[in-house]
Design a protein around this ligand. Sequence first.
Ligand SMILES: Nc1ncnc2c1ncn2[C@@H]1O[C@H](COP(=O)(O)OP(=O)(O)OP(=O)(O)O)[C@@H](O)[C@H]1O
Ligand SMILES: [Mg+2]
Length: 397
Amino acid sequence: MLSTVQAKLLIVDDLPENLLALEALIKREDRQVFKALSADEALSLLLEHEFAMAILDVQMPGMNGFELAELMRGTEKTKNIPIVFVSAAGRELNYAFKGYESGAVDFLHKPLDIHAVKSKVNVFVDLYRQSKAMKQQVEALERSRREQELLLTRLQATQAELEQAVRMRDDFMSIVAHEVRTPLNGLILETQLRKMHLARDNAAAFTLDKMHAMVDRDERQIQSLIRLIEDMLDVSRIRTGKLSIRPARFDLAQLVHNLVENFAPQVAAAGSTMQLVVEGPVEGNWDEFRIEQVITNLLTNALRYGAKSPVDVRVYTEHGEARVEVRDRGIGISEENQKRIFQQFERVSASHVAAGLGLGLFISEQIVAAHGGTIEVESQIGEGALFRVCLPLEASV
Ligand SMILES: Nc1ncnc2c1ncn2[C@@H]1O[C@H](COP(=O)(O)OP(=O)(O)OP(=O)(O)O)[C@@H](O)[C@H]1O
Ligand SMILES: [Mg+2]
């Protein structure tokens, strides 16, 4: 590693023949020697290159070697370059050099002792290479430290995400358990009641009328269990990218019309009303079963969170899209929560109203997106909410 570092050497002397002789002495394959005939020339080379050392003739016309050295010590880029002064033996040694203490300085005397020159240059070049290599190592260490820091930050982010996922799963499990228990409790109570009547031979409890009501209640409980399981299956289908869409041509207006009609009992039970406005058939290629699921969730939500307010439903076309709007005048959704509600298991905690699993909108958005469409919400707290489903009229699936 050390030998790969090219070392640049600067030699300064006003006599060309001295320069040539010195160059011949110190030249080597892994060194580049730069020659300057004056201090000025030397300065411009010093600014341009990074030198391992400089050998300065003390006696030069104009700026002498000591003056040049002082300038070098005063400049950031050159102040740490080791300097070797070349002087006539015994004469200029008394010259004061102010920068002496601040860096590596040495002397060579004329006539030059070949061995002394070579060994001094070797020492400084080795020093230069070592400090260069050290610097590279420090830089590499710093780089790897920064990489580690980055990695750690990423790791911490992943950990936080994982913890959040685990928390969500725990919450989900307790919501599911609760949601499953409600219909099951209803069923087991019914069963116990029937057993009690049977034990007492109470035939009056099993008249046709009462049987009808019983079967209806059982069916509702079982349906809600099935819906719960279907929703959870859909979520896992979405997670594994297996939510399939089977498009076929149908009239969206007709579908919504039928749904609104079928919702009459729920509308009545919620103490609300539901109004539908349709501008004529809206035909397209979509998965009817899946779109029904989306609209059903919007209608259920409007009744659930609509605070008995009238619900307005509209089917129309605009900008090459089929659109269904469901509007209620209920509790509304804050801007911040409008982003959350489309995520899985997200239920706005402020709405204590009988809530579901918080999967409806998540599944709906995925279904609509799989059709190349969008689902948007416009709402303000206390002013109800408007959900709009937009589906491309031209088949994109
Ligand atoms: N029309 C609405 N008005 C006010 N808040 C709403 C409305 N629709 C949805 N929300 C809020 O968005 C949340 C998410 O709705 P989403 O349909 O995804 O779940 P859910 O209705 O709670 O349960 P699920 O649909 O799985 O039975 C709801 O819990 C509710 O807080
Ligand atoms: Mg819902």
